[in-house]
Design a protein around this ligand. Structure first.
Ligand SMILES: Nc1nc2c(c(=O)[nH]1)N(C=O)[C@@H](CNc1ccc(C(=O)N[C@@H](CCC(=O)O)C(=O)O)cc1)CN2
Ligand SMILES: Nc1ncnc2c1ncn2[C@@H]1O[C@H](COP(=O)(O)OP(=O)(O)OP(=O)(O)O)[C@@H](O)[C@H]1O
Length: 206
């Protein structure tokens, strides 16, 4: 493991946390509404059937509640993360009641318990679109997350699955607050970091 990159990543997460904690709930909510409008105009969203979306943490991410409610009330299928210590899967939620009754995991994110029987996206038709969370993003579509490597590993798994099943790999669209976009070069990169297809912010798409 490259210790320099690891400590640079740690520092960037710290810098971002202090930048993001200054954003008010009202501002978070306004940016999330704007982004939801943009998302609905995106071709990869319009044509998607099986969509993976994260359930947002309260203070530092684009809020996804409206996206999730929209998916649950449409003919699209909604899949959310379920984590073990080192791996993540995307499992289906089927209704607003189901979504609202999910217990909180150790990061206080709603998540289905591991012993609950759930449709796993990769046991079925796969995913068309993954809405990716993160801490910071750049114009080259690089991403840094919270440091567990869950999305990097899951995206690799999806790419392998798609090849084996002769399907197109899911579109990788990150959802970012305006304040989460940093200059190219600021995000320390490792071999295992997966490049996104698109980054969606309330102000721009790149
Ligand atoms: N909303 C949301 N859900 C998600 C993710 C995410 O980034 N956002 N994940 C994406 O992988 C997975 C969970 N991964 C997580 C990994 C670490 C921490 C976390 O808070 N870790 C440290 C703080 C790290 C930091 O400074 O950023 C902690 O435990 O205190 C939270 C979620 C699946 N679900
Ligand atoms: N495909 C992989 N196989 C093995 N290790 C990996 C893989 N992808 C990432 N890792 C390792 O996981 C650790 C955390 O990765 P990284 O710092 O990129 O997480 P992150 O993208 O910020 O987190 P997350 O995806 O959970 O939001 C790193 O040590 C990285 O080398």
């Amino acid at each position: 493991m490259n210790t320099t990159i690891v400590s640079l990543k740690k520092q960037l997460r710290k810098d971002m946390a202090s930048r993001l904690e200054k954003i008010s709930t009202q501002e978070l909510s306004a940016q999330s509404d704007q982004l939801f409008q943009k998302l609905q105009q995106l071709e990869s969203f319009k044509k998607s059937k099986n969509v993976s979306v994260y359930i947002s943490m309260p203070t530092c991410e684009i809020m996804t509640k409206n996206i999730i409610l929209h998916l649950l009330n449409s003919d699209k299928n909604c899949f959310i993360p379920r984590c073990t210590k080192n791996t993540m899967d995307m499992v289906r939620i089927t209704s607003v009641g189901d979504f609202e009754s999910l217990p909180l995991n150790r990061w206080s994110i709603p998540e289905p318990p591991l012993d609950q029987e759930r449709e796993n996206a990769l046991d079925g038709a796969g995913l068309d679109l993954i809405l990716v969370p993160g801490v910071a993003f750049d114009k080259n579509k690089n991403r840094i997350g919270h440091g567990k490597g869950y999305y990097d590993r899951y995206i690799r798994k999806c790419k392998a699955w798609s090849e084996e099943n002769h399907k197109q790999a899911p579109a990788l669209v990150a959802l970012a607050l305006n304040e989460q976009v940093v200059e190219v070069g600021k995000i320390p990169l490792e071999e295992t970091d997966q490049v996104l297809d698109s980054v969606l912010t309330p102000l721009e798409i790149f």
